[in-house]
Write a protein that binds this ligand. Sequence first.
Ligand SMILES: [Zn+2]
Length: 218
Amino acid sequence: MEISNQESTEAYLGDFASALDTPLRADALELDDDTKIELIQKHFAGIMDILGLDLNDDSLKDTPKRVAKMYVKEIFSGLNPANKPVPTLFKNPFNYNQMLVERNISVYSNCEHHFVPIVGKAHVAYISNGQVIGLSKLNRIVQYCSQRPQIQERLTVQIANAIKEALGTEDVAVIVDAHHHCVSSRGIRDVNSSTLTAEYCGRFLKPDVKNEFLKYIG
Ligand SMILES: [Zn+2]
């Protein structure tokens, strides 16, 4: 069957727009955290059991519970909007209307294809439209978006969107430079490569503004 160019482009853009959201089911928030932990604990014990591990062993017996708590309360806590950081905004008393850049924000995420770590740095920037955000909140936004099963492209766009929403500005840029354990610890086993993704919005689409940002992050 022939698909016209226009149709296939639209299909692609449609997929791309929805790909910016983490693919969650509508009933994702129906179970509370304690129930999720209880269920994951059982399932993880099942995986360990199938692998032949002795769940009566002192060192292993609490692993299913530890993993379940870690999933729900830590590394996948960003799936729950209740954990979204509340931005602390300040008036911009000095009328600082230049670019603000925060470099080298730690990124700890997990690849949604293999459930192994993605570790790296994010560099984020914005141009104030009258308000400034507490600097640690930029770290919190990066953390919140990272604490989901991710692909790096989506993570980068989600961080940019969260900063735009918090500050009410389009003038945001995000670069993520990360190392994927699914590339280093398995598969091709390349420990040296890292992946760079960037999202430029608003005034950061202008080459001189983008270049200023790139110069700052060195
Ligand atoms: Zn992977």
